[in-house]
Ligand binder design. Structure first.
Ligand SMILES: NC(=O)c1ccc[n+]([C@@H]2O[C@H](COP(=O)([O-])OP(=O)(O)OC[C@H]3O[C@@H](n4cnc5c(N)ncnc54)[C@H](OP(=O)(O)O)[C@@H]3O)[C@@H](O)[C@H]2O)c1
Length: 261
């Protein structure tokens, strides 16, 4: 079989909203999925034809080609350290899709034995933005430690096949750019939510965009947003930049209004 078209056995750790969203496309492509999670997702898994394990050791015994970690950013360290990797039956690729990248990379390099491959990835879309397909949506990845190119390229093909824009980038560069873009987007969305903005009878297109931003942002868990801040070393400065920019705009308004009095 040509490289990239092999059907994979993928074991997912952390079967929350994002994992469920990814799993549907993986199953559609014919891959065989198993899952384990803190909560019991066995009912949903059986509907999706996914074998759900409550027991992590039984999950690791299942002989997956890839283990895909989809837990929250905040629980990643605890989840990773609780996995008995010595139960793996064969060389396995560990991939993760957290929305920050340096933090999981560093922990994976610390915790995983040298023979285990590591792929750090971030699909820059989710159940909302990807509901009508993944065509043109960005998939960022960093091949942190890859010896088995075939398994890694089969995994990347899942996203290539759906038409994603594949961007190979260092974890550091990802975090720098994501702090300026994704973290700011989520922060503005949460500020608008604190202001309780709602559609009015005379919405402009611009205002509708803000209402949509608020609604989309609030669909993600607070844990996810908090993780974007706590575990991206560039986010703190971007938050300061946003506060400073708001203050600058406020001062410009005050100067102008005192000029015109
Ligand atoms: N949502 C998106 O659009 C999106 C896009 C790209 C990447 N991501 C990344 O994908 C990951 C999952 O995101 P998400 O949207 O599903 O929501 P999330 O709130 O970031 O994570 C939910 C997942 O984390 C698990 N979890 C939370 N706290 C835990 C704990 N203390 N111990 C063990 N497991 C715990 C949950 O397990 P249970 O369900 O079993 O309770 C669930 O599987 C995150 O790292 C996020 O940054 C999300």
């Amino acid at each position: 079989m040509a490289s990239g078209s092999r059907k994979l056995k993928i074991g997912i750790i952390g079967f929350g909203p994002f994992a469920q969203f990814l799993a549907k496309t993986m199953i559609k492509q014919g891959h065989i999925l198993t899952a384990t999670s803190r909560s019991d997702h066995s009912q949903l898994c059986s509907q999706l034809n996914i074998t759900f394990f409550r027991d992590i050791e039984a999950f690791l015994d299942a002989g997956n080609d890839i283990i895909l970690i989809c837990t929250s950013i905040l629980s990643f360290s605890q989840v990773l350290r609780s996995i008995p990797f010595d139960h793996l039956k064969k060389p396995t690729l560990i991939a993760e899709v957290l929305s920050v990248k340096e933090y999981p990379r560093d922990l994976l390099l610390q915790v995983l034995p040298l023979e285990i491959d590591i792929l750090c990835a971030h699909p820059m879309f989710g159940p909302g933005s990807g509901k009508d397909g993944w065509k043109g949506l960005t998939f960022v990845f960093d091949k942190v430690r890859i010896t088995n190119e075939d398994t890694c390229s089969c995994f990347l093909h899942i996203f290539e096949n759906e038409g994603c824009r594949m961007v190979e980038m260092s974890c550091e560069e990802h975090d720098k750019q994501a702090a300026r873009s994704q973290f700011i987007t989520h922060t503005v969305g949460r500020v608008l939510s604190e202001m309780e903005i709602q559609s009015t009878s005379l919405d402009t297109k611009g205002f509708q965009t803000l209402v949509n931003l608020k609604e989309n942002t609030m669909k993600d868990s607070f844990d996810l947003y908090c993780g974007l801040f706590v575990h991206n070393r560039f986010a703190k400065q971007e938050l300061k930049n946003l506060e400073l920019a708001l203050e600058t705009v406020r001062q410009k308004l005050h100067h102008k209004s005192s000029d015109t009095l």
